[in-house]
Write a protein that binds this ligand. Sequence first.
Ligand SMILES: O=C(O)C[C@@H](Cc1ccccc1)[C@H](O)SCc1ccccc1
Ligand SMILES: [Zn+2]
Length: 171
Amino acid sequence: LLPILNYPDPRLRTIAKPVKEVTAEIKTLIADMIETMYDAQGIGLAASQVDQHIQLIVMDLSEDKNNPRVFINPKVTPLVEEKQPYEEGCLSVPEVYDKVERPNKVRIEALDENGEKIDEEVEGLLAVCIQHEMDHLNGVIFVDYLSRLKQTRARDKVRKIIKIREKQDEQ
Ligand SMILES: O=C(O)C[C@@H](Cc1ccccc1)[C@H](O)SCc1ccccc1
Ligand SMILES: [Zn+2]
C-alpha cells in the first residue's frame, strides 16, 4: 500500500508531468495505486496523492471493485456549460464532504495502461470523478472551491483524524 498525502500537505500542490513512456515501474505504480484506492474505499486516485507527480489517474466505479480504469496524460473538456452540484469527498481530506459544482458531461482523451488511445464522452459520477482527479494533477484540491471558513474547518478536522489514526496504528 502507498501512503496517501493529507491536506494541506504542500506536495499536493505539485503540478504533475506528462508520462513519456509506460515503463515497467509505471505499471507497478498503477497496480499499487489501484490496491491503495480499494483499501481506502476510494473510487478514484491521482498519482499526486501518493506523491508521484506524473499525469496518471486510476478509477473504479464498479460495484464489485473489479473494473479498474487507468488514464495516462488525460485531457478533460467540458461538453456542457451548465454546472451541477455534487457532494464530493477526497482521500486526501478524510471525512470532509461538501458540494462542488462542475459540468456533468465531459470528453476524456488519454492513454490507457497499454499506451492505447482513450477518447470518451462521459457524464454523471464518472465525469465528476475524472474532473476531481484532474484537479489533483494540477495541484487543486476540492476544498479550494469552498469558503475560507470551510477550508479552516477542513484543515482542523483532518489534523484531528490523522492524530486518531496514528494512535490506532500504535495500538
Ligand atoms: O481523489 C480522491 O480523493 C478519491 C475521491 C474521488 C471522488 C471525489 C468526488 C466525487 C467522486 C469521486 C473519493 O474519495 S472516492 C470516495 C467517494 C466515493 C463515492 C462518492 C464520493 C466519494
Ligand atoms: Zn481527491
